[in-house]
Design a protein around this ligand. Structure first.
Ligand code: ZN
Length: 584
């Protein structure tokens, strides 16, 4: 028997293919299907070539179905496999190291409020929050705003960041702002200086670099602590200009990484020239990242630091300071980089683009800021699910917008109502409609209980005509003389098409006829029961068109699906509907 004739085998392939398709947004992949079949039927290993022809055929057939049709078949024939899939989907994060050693797990998210948050921060935020919840611990939000010159904080971003965290579903248990804590950093700086574990270096940077690269102390390093305390006082009192003095924490001068050796901890910033947005010119000496972060992690009782592996060197630096102060370094988990291809994740480029007017605002659809994602109807649940699936592994992960869209689609598909949107509208006149017809369109194809949109088509005049809006693309694709079906209404034959008008005549009502002739199913809106509509696309272009009348009652923030177009979020709805496009 050829494999082609083996109906049992074909059915087995169909099952595997359908399951694979429903797990991959309706598109089954040949490779995994063949792999699965060979795993179940080892005897076919000698007939792979024949098998792959058969699989290819089934995959093509399955991929031609919509995701809904695929799910319906699976539900009907193999409901048990669907349940299994759901269990597998619920992924948990791996446990934190040594969590049981601490009375309470405390994590922290510590942004610099010099920009709004974007997708690049999602991993830190979600992992810190999820772990705090998983262990019934605490999440601390700490604003790291101690660089009023180069990474200048901006007041509005403190609030925008809080807003983003709330939207992402994070529960912040405590909040700290480093610019409120400057006296604390001074206190520990003094202690380090007094104990001879830090020094005030007044060398010029070039000189210092030369020495440190050859593993030698600079002229300041070995002076008595009293001298360094004097210099420290002078720093605080304004006796040094920017760049003239820096507090350095002593490390091993032989450390293999020169960037670790005697790292800078505090420096002078001319806050008359660069006032801090919160504390103005009150302080001239500002802690650098490793001093402020290291001291806070200890004082705030952080048990688990969860951050990107680009911070590994910072951990090495801070461990010297912890040793000097007799502290124990928290558990540290360093995850790999998460790259989203095509997403624009450089803070400085975002800020620059806004300043230059390239982007209208922080929620410009071209940006990957949380504000922009929110406006486009990307749900926080989708972001969370994607991040948890990736987990805290150390290898780099590259995801695409499509990955995020797939997560979002899974969440929106069962809950979003369907409506028609005709972009680039063409006025269609249909003649010879035999009687008054009612169209009853389900708000959701799988859940009739969600209700319907209903339109009555009343033919008028001698020619018994009715007029509709349809999309130009559909008219062009069909061409004159072809039969097409207005979804859930009737079949028509296009007779005459011009640039923005078309004529057709009524053919028949039954769907079966359209199916037999493989007529294209298109969406439509009765002229008169319409609403002007604009959809802001991800590239910030505007797709102008017409939404069906039933959309008039949609409230802003509702996410719907415009059939055959994509998921959109209603942004405003008065005399004109404005929506933001999410994805297909
Ligand atoms: Zn020096």
């Amino acid at each position: 028997m050829t494999l082609e004739e083996d109906t049992e085998l074909r059915e087995a392939i169909r099952k595997v293919t359908l399951l694979n398709a429903t797990q991959h947004d309706g598109k089954a992949q040949t490779g995994p299907v063949i792999g699965k079949i060979l795993g179940e039927k080892a005897e076919l290993r000698t007939r792979v070539k024949e098998l792959s022809i058969l699989v290819n055929d089934v995959v093509r057939e399955v991929n031609n179905l919509t995701l809904h049709e695929q799910k319906r078949i699976v539900e009907e024939k193999w409901p048990e496999s669907l349940r299994k899939e759901k269990v597998e989907e619920e992924k948990r994060l791996p446990p934190l190291p040594n969590a049981d050693k601490y009375a309470k797990v405390v994590t922290r998210f510590s942004p610099n409020p010099d920009c709004v948050l974007h997708l690049g921060s999602a991993r830190a935020i979600i992992l810190c929050n999820e772990y705090a919840r998983m262990y019934k611990g605490m999440l601390i939000l700490r604003f790291e705003d101690t660089d009023p010159k180069m990474k200048r904080p901006v007041l509005e971003f403190y609030d925008r960041i809080r807003e983003d965290l709330t939207w992402l579903g994070c529960k912040v248990d405590e909040e700290y702002i480093q610019s409120d804590r400057i006296p604390i950093y001074y206190e520990y700086a003094e202690k380090l200086l007094k104990d001879g574990n830090a020094y005030v270096c007044t060398c010029n940077p070039g000189q210092f670099r030369e020495r440190i690269l050859s593993r030698e102390p600079c002229d300041c390093r070995d002076l008595a602590p009293e001298e360094h305390l004097r210099r420290w006082q002078r720093m605080l009192e304004g006796g040094y200009n920017e760049g003239e003095a820096v507090v350095r924490v002593k490390t091993d001068l032989d450390h293999p990484n020169p960037a670790v050796r005697d790292w800078p901890a505090l420096r002078v910033i001319d806050t008359e020239k660069y006032p801090h947005p919160r504390v103005g010119s009150k302080y001239r000496v500002w802690p650098l990242y490793n001093l402020a972060c290291g001291i806070d992690d200890h004082l705030l009782g952080i048990t688990h630091i969860i951050r990107g592996k680009e911070h590994l060197t910072n951990m090495v630096r801070q461990e010297y300071m912890y040793k000097h102060l007799g502290w124990k370094y928290p558990e540290a988990i360093h995850y790999g980089r998460l790259k989203i291809t095509g997403a624009f994740l450089s803070k400085s480029k975002i800020v620059q683009g806004i300043r230059e007017g390239i982007y209208k605002d922080w929620d410009d659809p071209r940006l990957a800021t949380f504000a922009a994602l929110r406006r486009r109807g990307i749900t926080p649940e989708a972001i969370k699910k994607m991040i948890i699936d990736v987990g805290p592994k150390t290898s780099d992960v590259v995801l695409s917008w499509e990955n995020l869209y797939a997560y979002n689609r899974k969440i929106l598909d069962p809950t979003s109502d369907r409506y028609f949107f005709v972009h680039d509208p063409v006025e269609l006149t249909v003649k010879q409609i035999p009687k008054v017809l009612k169209a009853k369109l389900p708000l959701h194809p799988d859940n009739p209980e969600r209700g319907f949109r209903e339109y009555t088509i009343t033919p008028k005049g001698e020619d018994k005509t009715a007029t509709f809006w349809i999309t130009k693309k559909d008219v062009d694709a069909a061409g004159t003389g072809r039969t097409i079906r207005l979804m859930e209404l009737f079949n028509i034959k296009l007779e005459n098409t011009k640039a923005y008008s078309a004529e057709a005549s009524f053919v028949s009502e039954p769907y079966e006829e359209a199916r037999k002739t493989k007529a294209q199913l298109i969406h439509w809106i009765p002229i008169g029961e319409d609403l002007p509509c604009q959809v802001i696309m991800p590239d910030a272009t505007i797709s102008e068109g017409i939404a069906e009348g039933a959309c008039k009652q949609l409230k802003p923030n509702t996410i719907i699906q415009f059939e055959r177009f994509g998921f959109v979020r209603i942004d405003a709805n008065n005399t004109k509907l404005t929506a933001y496009y999410g994805h297909k």
